[in-house]
Design a protein. Structure first.
Length: 62
């Protein structure tokens, strides 16, 4: 068994599948960013990486 992630427009879902499960859209074996909740990330297939979702409202207003 191996761990993979199913991704969508935002967030993802961790799954455990058989070793011969094909890795194709919408799945990846690239682990999400550490120390950031999965629901606060999205996957960029063309770059094969996860990126944190940054909301402009999260920034401090000067």
């Amino acid at each position: 068994m191996k761990k993979i992630w199913q991704y969508g427009r935002t967030s993802g879902k961790e799954l455990e599948v058989s070793d011969d499960f094909p890795i194709q859209v919408p799945f990846t074996d690239v682990a999400p960013l550490k120390d950031i909740k999965l629901e606060d990330q999205f996957f960029i297939p063309s770059e094969n990486r996860w990126k944190e979702i940054i909301n402009g409202l999260d920034r401090k207003i000067r």
